[in-house]
Design a protein around this ligand. Structure first.
Ligand SMILES: CC(=O)SCCNC(=O)CCNC(=O)[C@H](O)C(C)(C)COP(=O)(O)OP(=O)(O)OC[C@H]1O[C@@H](n2cnc3c(N)ncnc32)[C@H](O)[C@@H]1OP(=O)(O)O
Ligand SMILES: N[C@@H](CCO)C(=O)O
Length: 492
């Protein structure tokens, strides 16, 4: 299929296998570990533009574009592509199938090297943290030290949150949608009913069913139950009301009569053609175990996180209700961690995170464009020491083609700044020492400040560049109005 506007075009799932054993939360190890993944866009030279997308319960690595011969795009195609929120003209977008899944990554239907047969229930129980550990292997394999963002909805949002606490140095932004920081009793309850439906199917056979005779009845029922929780009362009423399916009056029996019944049968049926029953057990168990709280405190759980966060809920989501997003926001705010919160207004229910593309594109796009100084600043900039001469300063400025030169004290922290305008003044007024011309009260920027705020400060003070300093006033870069306007020009 040729590339369409806004589409990443034809895509293909890649596979990588790691032979080094993957330690799991349960104490078991998994080896070898295969990860199925797709990428869209190009990784830049600095490897700083990578975004990891994490999928929900039944998703896979195919998040965007079209597989050869297929007409349905990837599951988050509405937000991934040129000009979309996850803009593949700017970002290198990665999506991988979770371990425990059945879409190419190692899971219970993979061959157990110890027996030569599918693992089935010999597959170790996994957690969301284990899924993230496996993703870290992939990210390392791709040579990426720090992700520009990790994003996902539902279980994908849990993985994104998990990244922020397990690998705080390896992720700059987290986008968590329609999710929670710890599974609730109600969520565990629905998962358990689904699992019981599968395990009660005689075809499940203790998990050792042959690939061509899976427990379809149990899996169908599990999905029907699950799918109800992905919708809302309003969405069901709007979609089906009390409409009958293919008949004009009720039949006083137990065959399928209502449209909503027919719809759920359809959803259950199609699910059995694309999903493995044992993977359903393992992944829902991972959801149950998910709890980022430490000593029952979510604030303590997020204490080490370093990313900035976007938390999004769906107004009609009763499976992962907005109050659970608000808990995440409060826990982050308690740690002084930058966080934005948005509630998508939608009647769709939980699956709104797969459908509300207009709102998602706007909210995510705005957040990703909400650049921080560290995203824009120039690093490795020239500096000069306090005792140097005006001649030294002008030579360094000419050699490096810069108009701003931070002046460092003997201790190495910021003592002042000298500009090409100061040099011109020095020549005109015949000043001899750097001390006479440099400004000592320097307006600075911090790496975690939003660029927009710094741009406002520069405008108010009529300054065209600010040194970026760390907590010890060590100069770590420079942000200039030129760099900001180049960026804005590129983004419009
Ligand atoms: C999140 C991840 O990481 S990936 C996992 C996401 N993917 C899924 O969950 C796949 C299954 N889920 C769905 O299809 C979800 O409903 C969504 C959210 C993805 C799509 O939502 P919508 O576009 O609103 O589709 P909707 O829920 O109406 O379902 C449409 C299907 O129901 C069928 N349908 C609609 N009404 C009826 C009915 N009365 N009787 C039988 N079937 C019906 C349609 O024919 C269509 O079938 P098809 O998907 O086989 O073509
Ligand atoms: N429809 C989604 C819902 C779970 O979040 C899925 O099947 O993965």
């Amino acid at each position: 299929m040729s590339k369409m506007p806004g589409s990443v075009g034809t895509t293909r799932t890649e596979y990588v296998t790691f032979s080094e054993p993957l330690p799991l939360d349960s104490g078991a190890v998994l080896s070898p570990v295969t990860i199925a993944y797709e990428t869209y866009g190009r990784l830049n030279r600095e490897k700083s533009n990578a975004i990891l997308i994490c999928h929900a319960l039944s998703g896979d690595a195919h998040a965007a574009g079209y597989h050869e011969g297929e007409t349905r795009p990837g599951w988050w195609d509405g937000v991934i592509g040129p000009g979309k929120a996850f803009d593949t003209d700017r970002y290198f977008v990665i999506c991988s199938n979770v371990i425990g899944g059945c879409k190419g990554s190692t899971g219970p239907s993979s061959i157990n090297p110890a027996t030569g047969r599918p693992y089935a229930l010999e597959f170790p129980v996994i957690t969301v943290r284990d899924m993230v550990r496996a993703q870290k292997r992939l990210i390392d394999h791709l040579g990426i030290n720090c992700l520009a963002a990790v994003a996902g909805g539902s279980m994908g949002g849990m993985q994104a949150l998990q990244w922020s606490v397990t690998y705080p140095e390896a992720v700059r932004k987290v986008i968590a949608i329609a999710t929670t920081a710890r599974s609730t009793a109600q969520q565990i309850a629905f998962n358990e009913v689904g699992r019981q439906a599968i395990m009660a199917d005689p075809a499940w056979a203790g998990g050792a069913y042959p690939a061509d005779r899976p427990p379809v009845q149990g899996l169908r029922l599990a999905r029907m139950i699950g799918h109800i929780t992905y919708l809302s009362d309003g969405a069901m009423r709007e979609k089906f009301g009390r409409n009958l399916q293919g008949r004009s009056s009720v039949g006083y029996g137990f065959s399928t009569e209502f449209q909503v019944e027919s719809y759920l049968h359809h959803q259950g049926e199609t699910f059995t053609r694309r999903f493995d029953a044992n993977s359903y057990l393992y992944i829902t168990r991972a959801l149950d175990y998910f709890d980022l709280a430490v000593d029952d405190s979510l604030a303590a759980g997020f204490a080490g996180a370093k990313a900035s966060f976007l938390v999004v809920s769906v107004s009609s989501d009763w499976l992962y209700p907005p109050y659970q997003s608000e808990e995440i926001v409060n826990a982050l705010a308690a740690n002084g961690i930058p966080v934005h919160y948005c509630e998508i207004r939608s009647n769709y229910g939980h699956d709104g995170f797969l459908l509300e593309y207009g709102q998602l594109n706007y909210i995510i796009g705005t957040f990703l464009d909400h650049l921080l100084v560290r995203d824009v600043m120039e690093t490795g900039i020239p500096t000069i020491v306090e005792r140097a001469s005006i001649h030294d300063a002008s030579r360094i400025m000419i050699e490096n083609g810069v108009n701003h030169l931070p002046v460092l004290s003997e201790k190495g922290d910021l003592a002042g700044i000298v500009t090409s305008w100061d040099i011109a003044k020095a020549v005109a007024c015949d000043y001899g020492s750097l001390d006479e011309i440099m400004s000592r009260s320097v307006v600075t920027a911090a790496p975690d400040e939003p660029v927009a705020e710094v741009a406002r400060r520069m405008e108010e003070r009529s300054i065209s560049a600010l040194p970026v300093v760390d907590a010890d006033r060590r100069v770590i870069g420079l942000i200039s109005s030129d760099a900001i306007s180049t960026l804005i020009g590129r983004c419009t």
